[in-house]
Design a protein around this ligand. Sequence first.
Ligand SMILES: N[C@@H](CCC(=O)N[C@@H](CS)C(=O)NCC(=O)O)C(=O)O
Length: 203
Amino acid sequence: MKIYEYASAPNCRRVRMFLAEKGLEVEYVPVDIAKGENLSAEFRTKDVNAKVPVLELEDGQCIAESVAIQRYFEELHPEPALFGRDAKEKAVVEMWTRRADFNMMFNVGMCFQHTSGVFKDRMNVFADFGEDAGRKALKFFDVLDQHLSDHEYLAGDYFSAADIGMLCSMDFGKVVNLRPDAEKHPNLVRWREQLKARPSAKA
Ligand SMILES: N[C@@H](CCC(=O)N[C@@H](CS)C(=O)NCC(=O)O)C(=O)O
């Protein structure tokens, strides 16, 4: 079993942090997305979208999508539960996981891809769209700050995969100067520092 990944990519960090929380070790195979190694015909046989991370099982089955990879390991190693323990927790973690993807990862990612020029060799770039996505991510910082004013973690009083997804997405915002402001977002900064103190945050 191995995971194809690019160390500084947020969705790869999301899987590494999850596995560290579970105490699991998997072989990692670096794929340099900056050099476009993920765009090769061979890599496309592993993921039709040509993205990392991809988990390749012993029988050759490839599983792309960071959350799908996390769910595979959650099923095999249920403790500690990171996607919730009962129907209500599972739904709440799912809700926040989707928000991490659609409200944070998508906007931060689009801001990076459409304003940095790093991927201009492989996509059409619309700077206005990227700037607008950046503004949407910043607005979502406000929403998160409000939510975290009376919740310890995103899903409530327990740490979950939703926290991992949101942290990795939000931290990636630094590359396009999207950062929470300690004065404007004290609750969000408190939550981030709390997560960063976990050994898994360094994975
Ligand atoms: N929804 C996918 C997104 C995967 C994704 O966007 N991966 C990025 C790195 S974080 C990538 O491979 N980018 C290379 C490219 O777009 O060429 C997931 O959660 O794994």
